[in-house]
Design a protein around this ligand. Structure first.
Ligand SMILES: Nc1ncnc2c1ncn2[C@@H]1O[C@H](COP(=O)(O)OP(=O)(O)O)[C@@H](O)[C@H]1O
Ligand code: SF4
Ligand SMILES: [Mg+2]
Length: 326
């Protein structure tokens, strides 16, 4: 086994706009993921999770651009890769699933064909063989009667079934890593659990690493061994999931934890959120001076209003927190 991480993101900066209108939406984001490892990015909506994922996939489009930092996949610096190189990497080495499978699937093409396409494009198979493999892939994601289902169009399937199809497409070529951005947010709670279990099980069996993105710390911790908490474009705490639950150090992480529904409290009315963090995530053009969390923080002191906190190592150097008072 080599020590080279599967994915190493270092000092990532993502800009929105250009010239005087340029703002860093993501700044100084660094993390690495080992082969087969499960890693989560968590934070409220607008914290920069999705654009971080897009940058790894080479999918940043105007007004977004890579402002700095490096992204290295298996030793290869992909932040410099050409559009054609990234197209070949996506699907083959990095599989992706998103919140809304309807937008990722082609509405005019039967799902079997969309899975088979992966084998044709990335593995050089002929259509006949690729179609047989597509049936097999659907069986793997436990779609009933896959021989018949391959002829269905996306709109003929339920949300849960569509997300299974997305998982089949994402894992078709046995990629090294699956990026799952809010994969279950659009689904109802029981289907959510099935999809998460399926994703986890298939990736574990194939040795596929997972980069899971969600606003739900509970969900991320359930899937991921390590987690990075993002706030306003930065990682504010990064640790083993178990440590985050045992002893959260950043006030934002504490807030996320406190707002989780208590175990067993998932009622029929849905997930009732107690102890919401007051206020909202700031716009990229209006990040506060000092600590970006200061307007919402109940632990803030004078220094927080003027000085941006640096990171402090935790857990013997494998974890970190970015807070003056952690
Ligand atoms: N295409 C875009 N154009 C302008 N701003 C964008 C674009 N995409 C994302 N942003 C902004 O970048 C920030 C981070 O967005 P995003 O990564 O989608 O957050 P998250 O996934 O954590 O909810 C937000 O302030 C969002 O409004
Ligand atoms: S640095 Fe200050 S304002 Fe920021 S999270 Fe820590 S205590 Fe709160
Ligand atoms: Mg997002």
């Amino acid at each position: 086994m080599s020590d080279v991480p599967l994915l190493a993101v270092d000092g990532l900066r993502i800009d929105i706009g250009s010239g005087a209108q340029r703002h860093a939406a993501v700044e100084g984001v660094s993390f690495s993921i080992a082969r087969g490892e499960t890693f989560g990015l968590v934070g409220e909506s607008g914290c920069g999770k999705s654009i971080t994922a897009l940058s790894i996939m080479g999918l940043l489009r105007q007004p977004l651009s890579l402002g700095g930092g490096t992204i290295v996949l298996d030793g290869q610096p992909i932040h410099k890769a050409s559009a054609a190189e990234m197209r070949s990497l996506r699907g083959r080495r990095i599989g992706m699933i998103f919140q809304e499978p309807m937008t990722a699937l082609n509405p005019l093409s039967p799902v079997g064909r969309q899975i088979a396409e992966m084998f044709v494009l990335h593995m050089g198979m002929g259509w006949k063989e690729a179609n047989d493999r597509a049936v097999e892939s659907l069986r793997q994601v436990r779609v009933p009667s896959p021989e018949r289902r391959i002829h269905d169009y996306p709109h003929q399937l339920s949300g849960g079934m569509r997300q299974r199809v997305m998982i089949a497409i994402a894992l078709a070529c046995s990629p090294d890593m699956l990026i799952a951005d809010e994969p279950t947010t659009a689904l109802d709670v029981t289907v959510q659990a099935e999809i998460v279990d399926l994703m986890r099980e298939l990736c574990a069996a194939k040795g596929t690493a997972i980069l899971m993105i969600s606003h739900d710390l509970g969900l991320v911790a359930q899937v991921c061994r390590r987690v990075a908490v993002m706030y306003a474009g930065r990682i504010v705490e990064q640790r083993a999931s178990a440590e985050v639950f045992k002893d959260p150090r950043h006030p934002y992480t504490r807030g996320l934890l406190a707002s989780l529904p208590r175990l067993g409290a998932r009622s029929k009315q849905g997930r009732q959120r107690l102890n919401e963090i007051s206020g909202v995530v700031p716009a990229v053009s209006a990040f506060p001076k000092g600590c970006r969390f200061n307007p919402r923080c109940t632990a803030r002191t004078d220094v927080c209003m003027v000085e941006d906190p640096a990171t402090t190592a935790l857990d013997g150097g494998v974890g970190l927190v970015r807070c003056h008072n952690a």
